[in-house]
Ligand binder design. Sequence first.
Ligand SMILES: Cc1cc2nc3c(=O)[nH]c(=O)nc-3n(C[C@H](O)[C@H](O)[C@H](O)COP(=O)(O)O)c2cc1C
Length: 386
Amino acid sequence: MDALHHAPLQKPAAPSSFPESPLSRALRQPMMLGLFLPIQSGGWTASTLPRGTTWTFDYNAALARQAEDLGFDIVFGLAQWLPKGGYNEVQDGQAIDSFMAIAALAAITSGILLISTVHVLYGPWHPLHFAKFGATLDHISKGRWGVNVVTGHRAVEHEMFGWSRIEHDRRYALADEFLGVVQHLWAADENLTYTGESWRLKDGYITPKPLFGRPILVNATGSDAGIEFAARHSDIVFISSPTGTEFETAMAALPAHVAKVKAAANREIKTIINPLVIIAETDEAAEAYADAIVAQAQPTGFYAGKYHSDAHAWAQRKVYDKDRQRGLGGGNIQIIGGPEKVADSIARLKAAGIDGVQLSFYDFVPDLALFGERVLPLLKDRGLRF
Ligand SMILES: Cc1cc2nc3c(=O)[nH]c(=O)nc-3n(C[C@H](O)[C@H](O)[C@H](O)COP(=O)(O)O)c2cc1C
């Protein structure tokens, strides 16, 4: 095959262009609700305060059903590749794989969107594998499955796969080529012969085609290169606070950040942020809950120094800050309060231009139950949920 030889690549229609697609249904909610499943040990918070949260499939399957019963729109799992020991005693690296675990939820749920995180450059995956697996999951889930395309920000992960970390913006260029081919395979009625910079195919073809153009495409980013990538490909961008996790500080920067992400795309693109919600019956009880978590926090955590990351999305996070005593970790922004304050905070995120929240909790099952019982009715009263 000749170098860099191929016909122009096709793009499938976005699932949001089909009014009956599961994505379109979720997008009709004034504020989408997602749950960030803890498929990795320690969830988002390196604390030894006792809780039920665990990485097992059974625990996460029960949570996905709980979220679906509450009318949530999305469940999502992250992907990580960590050397022995993980980050610390709590976040010790045990994690079930996001692609497989979230895919397995397709068979035991019926309405909720399922988003797997995949490091598309590791392996490396071949676009034909990815297009085939994605179309298969699209059919099993009836259009509910999607992928959070990530390129790998930790040096140790790339090294685990046998090379040095690829330069930040170059990763997005490679992912762009990969996803261009994958999308062509989802769209095209003819075989594809392709020689690109990194991948080759001869008479590549997949069938069945996805039900609503293609699976849902998401990416999670804070960098300019990542935002440009999202503008080209994604239905939803998972954004983070450019100024750290403390709520008021984050709110000062979020409206401009959201506007920047939306302006990057010359089409409608939705944004979701992932708050860690520390909830209790009253504001005082929630503050006490947060203090108890911090009192038993580990000195290093998820994103602190142990493994080098070049991600812009997490750059301002504080996992454990002895002086400020509020570096709980988890989420790109923290909401600590009783039901009214949690509902108010979500309304303020909506007012900042954000289209959804993907929640994580410290002790998922009881905290999600309390959120469902006390906060969801308030969100409905405020017109944020149907
Ligand atoms: C909500 C959210 C979820 C993320 N999930 C993952 C993940 O599962 N695995 C991963 O390697 N990175 C994950 N990331 C980090 C992004 O992959 C990381 O930001 C990426 O390297 C992009 O870097 P950038 O922000 O510099 O563009 C996530 C980021 C956010 C905001």
